[in-house]
Design a protein around this ligand. Structure first.
Ligand SMILES: [Zn+2]
Length: 421
């Protein structure tokens, strides 16, 4: 017989007495965290379900004493037959009397988020006509998916205020079990929005003068115990809008974490918290201006260096060839320098390589009055070395091992001299 669910009658029950009714090796999927699973005749441990994660806690021998018999409950799950299995690392024999103890902070946190979700879903429906499609309670934040278009900030704030008013009113939250027929009557009357498909009695959770919901989870006793709700943000999902929220101590922790990040940012920027956004905007504008200035200087440097290279160029068959390794130039800079050098005088050819390791860029560029095809020459010179590459008629480039750059430059120079002769 499946365990009596003590959490249904009293979700604030933290300790309970029970007896082990069955033991079995854990299913392979769960064996990583615990080797065994125990069933009890009664339990206050909530198994995962309905968007709410499971409880954890301890099983102690009854009466308490003898720490060696203590069993940590690492997870709890319900099987298809409705039996609740408590995953433990060491088994206990059937018939063993135990005292169960729920990890209370975890449970209370789950009840706050879960009850907060009931309230939030009810207010989204009444304020904005937006029904909830699903609920997920994660380790840090919770979310609901709404069937709704993207929501303006003003609408979210309105919902948040309405929810927190009901929290402050400390309205009772009650659980009761009704027959299927009674539940269907409530559905007809519009008091209930939907019903689970499974047959049998229905457990209803009522937030006074606010919401009815068919739910098997654990809830607080009154809205005040939710402790407050904070809408953290929204994101668009395929079927509507995902709303992230936190309740109770989670909201305090989330606020504290956000404040720490903001404080760090403000300190790094040497401004007050309120000026962080403006300071970042200012830094971005400065970086943009600096980038523009850097481009201008790079261009000026390339022009000056090109003039120097042109002046030092060797003549060869009426064509002047500049062939050089440009230490201190990266691949983009060497490309710019080659283009500027080739464009600085008639019948100019630039064959330059960057100073990078482990691979360098070799660039071949010519002035517009020359007729040979840089891409074709580069392709031929590379093919000789078992490499592939090419480029345009007036500029071609290749990436080679830095140690091979000088040899490729020399080969390109020889080819340029041959076609210029
Ligand atoms: Zn619920």
């Amino acid at each position: 017989m499946a365990a009596e669910r003590l959490y249904h009658a009293d979700s604030f029950l933290r300790r309970f007495s029970a007896r082990v009714t069955a033991v079995r090796p854990a299913a392979p999927a769960r064996a990583g965290e615990a080797g065994w699973e125990l069933a009890l005749d009664r339990t206050a441990f909530y198994p995962a379900g309905g968007g709410q994660p499971c409880d954890t806690g301890r099983l102690l021998p009854a009466p308490a004493g003898g720490a060696s018999l203590e069993r940590e409950v690492v997870s709890v799950a319900e099987d298809d037959g409705g039996e609740i299995w408590h995953a433990v690392r060491q088994p206990l024999a059937p018939g063993t009397p135990v005292e169960g103890e729920i990890a209370w902070n975890r449970r209370l946190d789950h009840m706050q988020q879960h009850s907060g979700q009931h309230l939030l879903s009810a207010v989204f429906l009444s304020e904005l006509g937006a029904p909830t499609l699903s609920f997920h309670l994660g380790p840090a934040t919770s979310n609901i998916d709404l069937a709704a278009p993207p929501l303006p900030e003003e609408a979210l704030e309105r919902v948040e205020i309405a929810v927190n008013r009901i929290v402050a009113e400390d309205r009772p939250v009650r659980a009761r079990v009704v027959t299927r027929a009674d539940a269907e009557a409530l559905l007809q009357a519009g008091t209930l929005r939907k019903l689970p498909e499974r047959p049998g009695a229905i457990r209803l959770i009522e937030i006074e003068a606010c919401d009815h919901n068919a739910c098997g989870g654990t809830h607080v006793r009154s809205t005040g115990q939710i402790g407050g709700l904070w809408l953290r943000g929204t994101e668009k999902v395929s079927r509507g809008v995902r709303v992230h929220f936190v309740c109770g101590l989670r909201a305090v922790r989330a606020g504290r974490a956000d404040a720490a990040v903001l404080h760090q940012a403000a300190e790094a920027l040497s401004v007050g918290a309120a000026e962080v956004a403006a300071a970042i905007a200012r830094l971005k504008a400065e970086a943009k201006a600096a980038d523009k200035e850097r481009r201008r200087l790079r261009e000026a440097l390339a022009q000056a260096e090109a003039s120097r290279l042109v002046a030092a160029a060797q003549a060869g068959g009426g064509t002047r060839i500049v062939e050089a390794a440009c230490a201190g130039y990266d691949r983009d800079e060497v490309r710019l320098l080659a283009a500027r050098t080739a464009g600085a005088a008639p019948r100019m050819v630039a064959i330059l390589s960057s100073g990078e390791q482990p691979s360098a860029r070799v660039v071949l560029a010519r002035s517009p009055d020359l007729a040979f095809d840089c891409g074709a020459l580069m392709q031929q010179a590379l093919a000789e070395r078992g490499l592939r590459g090419g480029g345009a008629a007036d500029l071609a480039q290749a990436e080679v091992a830095a140690g091979d750059a000088a040899e490729l430059r020399a080969a390109l120079a020889a080819r340029v001299r041959a076609v210029s002769a």
